[in-house]
Write a protein that binds this ligand. Sequence first.
Ligand SMILES: [Zn+2]
Length: 242
Amino acid sequence: MTQVLNAAVREAGLPGHWPWRVEVRPRRRTLGLDVLPDGTIVIAVPTRITPDELTNALQDRRLWLARAIRRRAELAADHPAKELVDGEGFTYLGRHYRLLRVAAPATPVRLRGGWLQLSSEAGGPEIIEWYRTRGQAWLTERVRSWAGRVGVEPPHVVVRDLATRWGLRTRDGSVAFHWATIQLPPDLLDLVVVHELVHLVVPRHDEEFRRRLMIALPEAAALEARLGEEGRRAWMGTVRDL
Ligand SMILES: [Zn+2]
């Protein structure tokens, strides 16, 4: 089967420098496309897809793929690496803080008077865990607050590392957010939240998805443009060694 499907993908005539692989997923009902951080396109297909359907679906979504690949490349290029030294800049809810190493504080990481205080014993993992915990509280509250306006039951919220994605739906109906989102300003966090909540009703980025997104958040298009810019500058956890 895989050979037939591989031939169907080649038939779609995607650019030769786009790496891809086909994964057959018995539980899927529709074609799924994802672009991994390294640029590989994962083509997830349901068992009963025909070669023609696969070829056509890929041709239909070629523009979307080109955009997704470009975005991945930009993301990879822009995210800063941080040095964990006094004065290094960190962002929390869109505000800027300077790092200050302190000896034996009560907690490994805390905000105090414009400083992000980090224990001299702690490092990148503790900062990430701090963002994750803050994100869990903030995003859980925002999901609860937006769910009614989107017309869904508030789902369970998970905050973790999602590689290059801000949010996604999990198979069990939860929504997951990247720990790095909590660096973004509150209005961009709301965009990420509403986007995932609308996905609970409409899985794909089709017209119905846009319609519902714009009803819930009329300024969504402007926020998306800002997320594209500001999101690229978020810290994704890379620490530069001195
Ligand atoms: Zn989406």
